[in-house]
Design a protein around this ligand. Structure first.
Ligand code: CMP
Length: 140
C-alpha cells in the first residue's frame, strides 16, 4: 500500500475543550504519524479561501465563522493509505452517523462543530498541505 500524506485540522470546538492530545492519540493508535503540526488562529480570509469549494453551500458563512472562533491545529499525517485511513478514524461528517470509536462519534458536538477535518482525496491532500505548510516543514 502506498505511503501518503494527508491534511488534518483539529477544529475550534476540540481545541477549546483541550482534546488535542486525545485526538492525536487516535491518529497514532491507527498508525498515522504526525509529521508536522502547528496551532493557528485562522483569519477570515484564510478560512474563506480554505473552504472555497463550499462557497455556494448554505452552511458556508457559518462554517467560516466557526473555523475562526478559536485556535485550530493544522497537521500533516503520514501513513499507508493515509487519506482513507484518516477518514475512517474521523468517522462520518455528521456525528450522528459516525461509527463507534471514531473521533467524531466520541467528540463532535454537531455536523459543524465536528472536531476534525481531513482531506477527501490525495489530490486535495496535496493542495491543502501546501496551503498551510512549506516543503521544508515536511522534510523529515
Ligand atoms: P469538513 O470535513 O471540515 O468539510 C466541510 C465542513 O462543513 C464539514 O466538515 C462540516 O463541519 C461543515 N458542515 C456544516 N454543515 C454541513 C452540512 N450540512 N453538510 C456537510 N458539511 C457541513
Amino acid at each position: 500500500m502506498p505511503t501518503e500524506n494527508t491534511l488534518s485540522i483539529i477544529k475550534p470546538d476540540a481545541t477549546k475543550r483541550n482534546l488535542t492530545g486525545l485526538i492525536n492519540a487516535k491518529f497514532e493508535k491507527a498508525g498515522l504519524k504526525i509529521i508536522a503540526q502547528k496551532r493557528l488562529h485562522l483569519s477570515k480570509e484564510m478560512a474563506e479561501k480554505f473552504y472555497e469549494v463550499h462557497k455556494e453551500r448554505p452552511f458556508y458563512n457559518d462554517l467560516v465563522d466557526f473555523m475562526i472562533s478559536g485556535p485550530v491545529i493544522v497537521q500533516v499525517l503520514r501513513g499507508e493509505n493515509a487519506v482513507k485511513l484518516n477518514r475512517d478514524v474521523m468517522g462520518a461528517t455528521n456525528p450522528v452517523e459516525a461509527d463507534t470509536g471514531t473521533i467524531r462519534k466520541e467528540f463532535a458536538e454537531s455536523i459543524e462543530a465536528n472536531s476534525v477535518h481531513g482531506s477527501d482525496s490525495l489530490e486535495n491532500a496535496n493542495l491543502e498541505i501546501s496551503f498551510f505548510f512549506a516543503g521544508i516543514e515536511l522534510s523529515i
